[in-house]
Design a protein around this ligand. Structure first.
Ligand code: SF4
Ligand code: SF4
Length: 458
């Protein structure tokens, strides 16, 4: 397929009366089939199949929507393999909004395709469990007990069950934080709502604790409101649109009822990308469109909010070498690339970029459960590039990436905000507590450019 001409479409006027079709048609027509996006698409990079590239998927989606056909098994296979990592959007010179196109395709698939029974049940289980912390906590308890059977599940061909068990934590899940207000220390300089997330508190409560710690110490009041829940991205990526919109509306109701908010902060960048898209998702709902757009404007990733914040007398932290893994949802979904690294470097960490940083680690929401083989290959590739940097710690801004990468390496993996909190007076992240600094080498200046020796020892 050559480049130059835009994709021609032949939707009828009746089809174009549907605003979702009209939107997708606009996106399709922006594509000049140049194929630049193929080079940065993880699934194409792995196997070189055009139908597993953005350009190939765009053609499949066009054909399906234009002819108003039920999704076929072939289309479903190639769309399911898409990670929604959005690397293609960063690469595309024509501004093709692939995210909205593939979201539309997933809804069409959900409406028109009947998956095999086992897959349907698994998807229902994930959709009814993960967005609800109490239910998910019970599920994690069960998965933890069954974890030793992961190799058996793999051996008998239950790869998805095996992946789920492998990803489940070894320790018991924690309890979700109760709704409350965390007062600013000293004079109040700002007020934010925090999206606690469905997974953060259960798997890694240190992320929200670090966020609340660093914010309140710097005069920001943090509201954890009652009634806010899952952002909807989990079911949104499965094409379960009614559920996703219901979850979005519930959050919008809660957040817009809080007075004086400067921002809605999100520490899981996958969720942040979805909340920033609420304005688009609810554009056709007169009762919510305006408030949804307002919420999307207020939504900020924690690194975006902290960037530029004058930190109070940073404490000396060991000049750890940090491999910064840029989550796809942060770098491609929200175009936040500089801020996390600048924050860490400014606080004395030695930050190293991960080669092939544009490629996904394979986490992608529930992708590492639903597509375990591709997810594992991407994880191993990612871990390999990270370990070659010989970092002391890996930092990322998304719990999904943290869980995925941690499952493939012995290196400590933390959320970026945990390091920021530590460097500004908070506790040392638990993943690093086994380390101790050498007394003579405890400043960033002493370690600039990385050290031939480990600055910290186990
Ligand atoms: S999506 Fe963008 S980069 Fe990919 S083929 Fe179309 S125009 Fe080219
Ligand atoms: S979102 Fe990621 S996996 Fe999907 S087509 Fe784009 S680059 Fe490929």
């Amino acid at each position: 397929m050559g480049g130059g001409l835009t994709v021609q479409t032949s939707f009828t006027l009746a089809q174009l009366a549907d605003p979702d079709i009209a939107e997708s048609e606009k996106i399709l027509r922006a594509c000049v089939h140049c194929g630049f996006c193929t080079a940065t698409c993880p699934t194409y990079v792995l196997d070189g199949n055009e139908l597993d590239s953005p350009r190939g998927r765009i053609y499949l989606i066009k054909d399906m929507l234009e002819h108003d056909r039920p999704a076929t098994a072939e289309v479903v296979q190639h769309i399911d393999r898409c990670l929604s990592c959005l690397a293609c959007m960063t690469t595309c010179p024509s501004g093709v909004h692939y995210m909205h196109l593939v979201d539309h395709a997933r809804v069409h698939i959900e409406d028109t395709y009947r998956r095999p029974l086992g897959e349907r049940l698994l998807r229902i289980l994930l959709a009814k469990l993960m967005p609800y912390p109490r239910r998910f906590r019970l599920g994690l308890h069960a998965a933890r007990l069954a974890k030793p059977f992961a190799p058996l599940a793999q051996a008998v061909g239950f790869k998805r069950l095996a992946a789920m068990l492998r990803l489940s934590p070894r320790h018991p899940p924690h309890r979700p934080l109760a709704p409350q207000i965390f007062a600013a220390v000293g004079a109040r300089k700002g007020r934010v709502a925090l999206l606690a997330g469905c997974v953060n508190d259960l798997l890694a409560p240190a992320i929200n604790a670090a966020t609340i710690g660093v914010l309140t110490r710097h005069g920001i009041e943090v509201v954890l409101p009652s009634g806010a829940g899952c952002c909807g991205s989990l079911v949104h990526h499965m094409g379960r649109e009614a559920e996703a919109l219901a979850q979005a509306r519930a959050n919008i109701d809660v957040w817009t009822s809080i007075k004086g908010l400067d921002a809605i902060l999100i520490t899981a960048s996958g969720c942040g990308t979805t909340v920033k898209d609420y304005g688009f998702m609810l554009r056709g709902d007169p009762a919510y469109a305006e408030r949804a757009a307002r919420v999307s404007t207020l939504a900020k990733d924690i690194s975006e909010y902290l960037a530029g914040m004058p930190f109070k007398s940073p404490q000396q932290t060991p000049g750890l070498v940090v491999a910064y893994h840029s989550a796809c949802s942060l770098q491609h979904g929200q175009r936040i690339t500089r801020q996390p690294k600048e924050l860490l470097a400014g606080l004395g960490f030695v930050v190293k970029d991960v080669p092939e940083g544009h490629l996904c680690c394979g986490s992608a929401g529930t992708y590492n459960i639903l597509q375990p083989d591709i997810a594992r290959r991407l994880r191993d590739r990612k871990v390999g590039t990270i370990e070659r940097l010989r970092p002391d710690v890996i930092a990322a801004g998304n719990i999904g990436c943290i869980t995925q990468i941690a499952a493939g390496t012995a290196l400590p993996v933390v959320h970026t905000v945990e390091l920021i909190d530590w460097a500004t007076g908070g506790p040392c992240p638990s993943a690093l507590r086994g380390y101790r600094s050498r007394p003579a080498m405890s400043t960033a200046a002493g370690s600039a450019g990385g050290s031939p020796e480990r600055i910290l020892q186990r």
